[in-house]
Design a protein around this ligand. Structure first.
Ligand code: KIV
Ligand code: NA
Length: 256
């Protein structure tokens, strides 16, 4: 049972129900308005990781390594993963890529950094994929299966499977010993994750088919802001109950 979080108040809410809370690099798109996750920086991940840490008491805290922070070499990956863990208090890091990242995953896990893999649709590679397309259909499934095996053999303790056909998700989940965490990968995965802003209906610029909306918070917020604007312009807010009198302060109630 996994969700993303980027702030302390949302972290407190999701921590009540989640086994794992991910500070995803999706923060770049849903909080910072970036066009993809490619522009997300280490500093952004550290700052949001620290905010989420303050709200998480029970769940495992996982932080994404952003694009450009780990691909160059296992040493670069270690340096940045260690920084994320030291500065945010996260217990593990996630990175994108299968076969080609296996050496790096092995390097990190051998040096006490627990790693979650991320294969199938890897959003940091959007410029190579040419869009957010379903991965591993038909014969292409063999490549994703090889990625899953490589990530598991390299020592990752779980793997995110994003936007792959159900049959492939099932095959991979049965083929490897570590838990698969699906997003757009069917109920055949061991676990599930969604981007919190997607499932709350807070991020509505576009919505993949797999992002079930459990609330319509953007709609709620719009109504609230509209109501406030109307009241202010009509001078019906602030009302008498929101105003301070000039009389001496009564005995403390703690509510003023
Ligand atoms: O960045 C993110 O939110 C993610 C999840 C969707 C798995 O990587
Ligand atoms: Na991510």
């Amino acid at each position: 049972m996994c969700l993303t979080a980027y702030s302390t108040p949302i972290a407190k809410l999701v921590d009540k129900h989640c086994d794992l809370v991910l500070v995803g690099d999706s923060v770049g798109m849903v909080v910072h308005g970036l066009p993809s996750t490619v522009g997300v920086t280490m500093d952004m991940m550290v700052m949001h990781g620290q905010a989420v840490r303050r709200g998480v008491k029970n769940a495992l805290l996982l932080v994404d390594l952003p694009f450009g922070s780990y691909e160059e070499s296992p040493e670069q990956a270690f340096r940045n993963a260690a920084r994320l863990m030291a500065e945010t208090g996260a217990s593990a890091v996630k990175l994108e890529g299968g076969v080609h990242m296996a050496d790096t995953i092995a390097y990190l896990t051998a040096r006490s950094i627990p790693v979650v893999g991320h294969i199938g649709l890897t959003p940091q590679a959007v410029n190579s994929f040419g869009g957010y397309k379903v991965q591993g259909r038909g014969a292409h499934g063999e490549k994703v299966l090889a990625d899953a095996k490589a990530v598991a053999d390299a020592g990752a303790f779980a793997v995110v499977l994003e936007k792959v056909p159900e049959v492939l998700a099932k095959r991979i989940t049965m083929a490897i010993d570590i838990p698969t965490i699906g997003i757009g990968a069917s109920s055949s995965c061991d676990g599930q994750i969604l981007v919190i802003d997607d499932m709350l209906g807070m991020f509505t610029d576009f919505a993949p088919k797999f992002a079930k909306r459990y609330a319509e918070l953007a709609h709620e917020a719009d109504s609230a802001i509209e109501g406030y604007a109307k009241d202010v312009r009509a001078r019906t807010f602030p009302g008498p109950e929101h105003v301070y009198s000039d009389a001496p302060k009564p005995a403390p109630t703690g509510t003023e």
